[in-house]
Design a protein around this ligand. Structure first.
Ligand SMILES: [Fe+2]
Length: 180
């Protein structure tokens, strides 16, 4: 279950009802899949062959197609990141700058953990969404955000796209954003 941290106040929001209500107010889609459906051998595996990626997509095929049908996604794939990923440091540096996209950014976490940092409404400011396996999030189009890993630096997620070009990152210069 995802948890929220408001960066300005360090307030932590827990519990499905509270998390859902908060994200709904911020216009962020949040859903949950049963991550336990995944074969146990893939629940803690972060270096994946093409066959294993396909196995993950097959496991969640009905969830993926249901979400895609409701929201218009046309393609999907698997991204896996860990210390075994070549250039992980460089990738994270690239990820960890605030940006926007012309379509929403959807991730369904199938193993590991990760954080989306999202610009909320004026009163809230930036908040972290800490995600774990089973969590599904969609950052709305044009909302400033970035993604990073948590301390364990391991994640596998399904990405869904309307148009792959829609995912191009546009840098968002924001003097109000404070990294730490
Ligand atoms: Fe993004």
């Amino acid at each position: 279950m995802a948890e929220i941290v408001i960066r300005n106040t360090q307030e932590r929001i827990k519990g499905e009802e509270n998390v859902l209500a908060f994200l709904d107010k911020q216009g962020v889609l949040y859903e949950h899949w049963d991550a336990g459906k995944l074969d146990a051998s893939l629940q803690e595996k972060f270096v994946l062959s093409d066959e294993e990626k396909q196995q993950i997509l097959n496991t969640f095929d009905s969830e993926i197609r249901d979400l895609a049908g409701r929201r218009g996604y046309k393609t999907w794939d698997i991204i896996a990141l860990s210390d075994a990923t070549p250039n992980l440091e460089e990738l994270l540096k690239k990820f960890e700058s605030v940006h926007t996209h012309t379509e929403d950014e959807v991730r369904a976490i199938t193993a590991g953990r990760g954080i989306f940092v999202i610009k909320g409404d004026e009163e809230t400011g930036y908040f972290n969404v800490e995600l774990e396996a089973g969590d599904v999030i969609s950052v709305p189009e044009t909302i400033p955000h970035f993604f990073t890993l948590m301390d364990n630096r391991q994640i596998v997620a399904v990405r869904l796209f309307i148009e792959t070009e829609g995912w191009i990152a546009h840098p968002y210069e924001d003097p109000t954003f404070q990294k730490a």
